[in-house]
Ligand binder design. Structure first.
Ligand code: ADP
Ligand code: ZN
Length: 514
C-alpha cells in the first residue's frame, strides 16, 4: 500500500499527521498478508494497526476481544469517525444480532468486534475469502504463561485452519519471551513476524519503598498534588474501601472501586475520574482496563502486584500524555507471604511462583530498577535510567559481617522454629508472650542486637534472604532457616556486604527537604 494512501487515511479517519514507531511497518506487513505478532505497551497505539487496514481492505476485519464492556465504546468511537463497525457478544438481543448479520451480508460493516465466546455466530456464514483480516486483541489471554489466561481464548487456535488465507494480527501489551512463543504456537502462526516496541516509558519515575506507615507516606506523597489525578492499587476490596474512607476524612476526593460494586456505580466512578470530579481512585486491579485518561499523573501500589506484567501494565496507565509522572510501589514482607499463598493455590503454581519471585527481586533490587524491569521484557538498557529511586539514591555497602553473624546464629539457635518477627524480637531482647513461653531469654543470642532498630533488622534480614543466606520455609509458617551458604559466614569467615539503610534514609530525607 502506498505511503500517501496510508497517511491520508490516518488523517481522514483518525486525525493524526504521522505514524508512531512500528505502526507503519506493521500495517505494511498486514497488507502483504503476513501473520504478525505485535507487542506494544498500553497506550502505544495498537488499535490503529488493525483499524486502519480494515478501512482499506476489501472484506470484513474480525477483531477478537475479551473485553465485552469496552466493545461498545470502541465501536461507537469508530462509527463517530466514519468507520462502519459493529460488535457481537453474549449481552445482545437476538434482534440486534440479526440486524448485524444482515449488514454483514450487505457488506456494510468493515470492522466486527467479537467476543471469543460468540465466535460461533459468525462462523456460520463467514468463509475464508470473506474475511480480510483477523485481529486478536489481548492475545496473551490465550497463554497460561500469560498473567490473564482466559479459557475461551484457547479455542482460537482453530481460526487459522478455518481461514488459512486470512492474515492474522495478534496484539498484546504484556508478553515475556515464553508467552510470546506460546501465543504463536497456540494460534497456529509459527512464522508470524514479531514486532516488539520499546517498553521503556522514560516519563514514568519508578520508586519502591518499604510498606511501613503507608498511609502517612501516601499523604506525604499527596502534598502539592491536590490537582493531580492518580490511582492507588490495593490487593483487597476491603483495603480499597478503608483507604478511600481515610483519604476522604483528610479532605481528598477519593473513591473505592472494585468488582463488588454494581455496574452503574462502577461506570459512575470511572466517569467522575475521567472528568476530574474525583481525584483519587483506590482500586483493585479491576480498574483501569481500557480507561482512556491521558493525564493520570501518578500510580501507587499500596500492595505488591503478583507479577511484573501486571505491575508494568498498571503503572503504564500514568503519563499517557508523555508528561512526567510518578509511580510508587510499597513493598512489604506480609504482602509477599500473602501472594505466595495465592500463587501456591493457583493452577499453574510453578509459573506463578516464579513470576512472583521476579516481582520480589525487582522490589528488593539494589541496582537500576528500569534495567531490571526492561530486561524482564527482553530489552537491554545500556545506561542506568536516572529516574528511579536507586539511580537517584544509590545504596552504599558496608561490611555487615558482624550483623550477619548475629542474625544467622540467632536463627540457628531458634532451630528454624520461628518467623522473622520473633527472630527480631530475640535479637532485640524483647519481652513478650512467645519469648517467655519458649524461654528464649536463655538463648546466648538473646538481646545481642539491641542497638539496631526493629525496622532496620527487618531490612537486614530481607537482604540476607536475598543474598541467599537465609531461607523462608513457606510450608512451615514462614519460619526462617539457614541455607548451606550461611555456614560459610558462621564457620568460614565469609564476609557479608549489606546496603547501608541508615545512610539511604538520611539522604532520602535531605532529598525531600530540598
Ligand atoms: P493501545 O491499544 O496500544 O493501548 P491505543 O490504540 O488505544 O493504544 O492508542 C493509545 C492512544 O494513542 C490513543 O489515544 C490513540 O488515539 C493515540 N494514537 C495512536 N496512534 C497515534 C498516532 N499515530 N499519532 C497520534 N496519536 C496516536
Ligand atoms: Zn534507574
Amino acid at each position: 500500500m502506498k505511503d500517501a494512501v496510508l497517511l491520508k487515511t490516518l488523517k481522514e479517519y483518525f486525525g493524526y499527521e504521522s505514524f508512531r514507531p512500528l505502526q507503519k511497518k506493521i500495517i505494511n506487513s498486514v497488507f502483504e498478508a503476513k501473520d504478525n505478532l505485535v507487542i506494544m505497551p498500553t497506550g502505544g497505539g495498537k488499535s490503529i494497526c488493525y483499524q486502519l487496514p480494515a478501512i482499506l481492505l476489501p472484506e470484513i476485519t474480525l477483531v477478537i476481544s475479551p473485553l465485552i464492556a469496552l466493545m461498545k465504546d470502541q465501536v461507537d468511537g469508530l462509527n463517530a469517525n466514519g468507520v462502519p463497525a459493529a460488535f457481537l457478544n453474549s449481552s445482545q438481543e437476538e434482534a440486534d444480532k440479526q440486524e448485524i448479520f444482515q449488514k454483514i451480508d450487505r457488506r456494510e460493516i468493515k470492522l466486527l468486534y467479537v467476543a471469543p465466546e460468540s465466535l460461533q455466530f459468525v462462523d456460520r456464514f463467514l468463509t475464508d475469502g470473506k474475511v480480510s483480516l483477523i485481529a486478536i486483541d489481548e492475545a496473551h489471554c490465550i497463554s497460561s504463561w500469560g498473567h490473564d489466561f482466559r479459557p475461551a481464548y484457547t479455542q482460537l487456535g482453530y481460526l487459522k485452519n478455518r481461514f488459512p488465507n486470512t492474515p492474522m494480527l495478534a496484539l498484546t501489551a504484556t508478553a515475556d519471551k515464553a508467552t510470546r512463543n506460546d501465543i504463536c504456537r497456540q494460534l497456529n502462526i509459527p512464522h508470524a513476524q514479531k514486532h516488539i516496541a520499546s517498553f521503556d516509558r522514560k516519563n514514568l519515575s519508578l520508586d519502591v519503598r518499604q510498606g511501613i506507615k503507608r498511609f502517612e507516606q501516601i499523604t506525604d506523597f499527596l502534598k502539592n498534588r491536590s490537582k493531580e489525578s492518580g490511582i492507588i492499587y490495593c490487593l483487597s476490596r476491603k483495603t480499597t474501601e478503608e483507604l478511600s474512607t481515610k483519604l476522604q476524612r483528610k479532605g481528598f476526593k477519593a473513591e473505592a472501586y472494585h468488582a463488588g460494586l454494581d455496574h452503574e456505580e462502577r461506570s459512575q466512578i470511572q466517569d467522575d475520574f475521567i472528568n476530574d470530579k474525583k481525584q483519587i481512585i483506590c482500586a483493585t486491579i479491576a480498574f483501569g482496563m481500557g480507561i482512556d485518561k491521558s493525564n493520570i499523573r501518578w500510580v501507587i501500589h499500596y500492595n505488591m502486584p503478583k507479577n511484573l506484567e501486571g505491575y508494568y501494565q498498571e503503572i503504564g496507565r500514568a503519563g499517557r500524555d508523555g508528561l512526567a509522572s510518578d509511580t510508587l510501589l510499597f513493598h512489604s514482607y506480609s504482602d509477599v507471604i500473602q501472594l505466595q499463598k495465592f500463587a501456591s493455590n493457583a493452577k499453574n503454581q510453578d509459573v506463578q511462583l516464579a513470576k512472583l519471585d521476579r516481582m520480589k527481586q525487582y522490589s528488593e533490587a539494589l541496582s537500576c530498577r528500569r534495567k531490571i524491569l526492561l530486561s524482564y521484557f527482553g530489552e537491554y538498557l545500556a545506561e542506568d535510567c536516572g529516574n528511579c529511586d536507586i539511580c537517584r539514591n544509590p545504596p552504599e555497602f558496608f561490611d555487615g559481617t558482624i550483623i550477619a553473624q548475629k542474625a544467622l546464629s540467632c536463627i540457628f539457635r531458634l532451630k528454624a522454629a520461628e518467623p522473622i518477627s520473633t527472630v527480631i524480637d530475640v535479637l532485640r531482647g524483647s519481652q513478650n508472650e512467645v519469648i517467655r513461653r519458649n524461654n528464649y531469654q536463655q538463648l546466648s543470642t538473646y538481646g545481642i542486637g539491641k542497638d539496631i532498630s526493629w525496622n532496620h533488622w527487618q531490612q537486614y534480614l530481607i537482604q540476607l534472604i536475598n543474598l541467599g543466606y537465609v531461607e523462608i520455609a513457606f510450608d512451615r509458617h514462614n519460619h526462617l532457616q539457614l541455607s548451606e551458604q550461611a555456614k560459610k559466614v558462621l564457620f568460614e569467615k565469609e564476609k557479608v556486604f549489606l546496603a547501608d539503610i541508615k545512610e539511604q534514609e538520611a539522604r532520602a530525607k535531605v532529598e525531600k527537604a530540598a
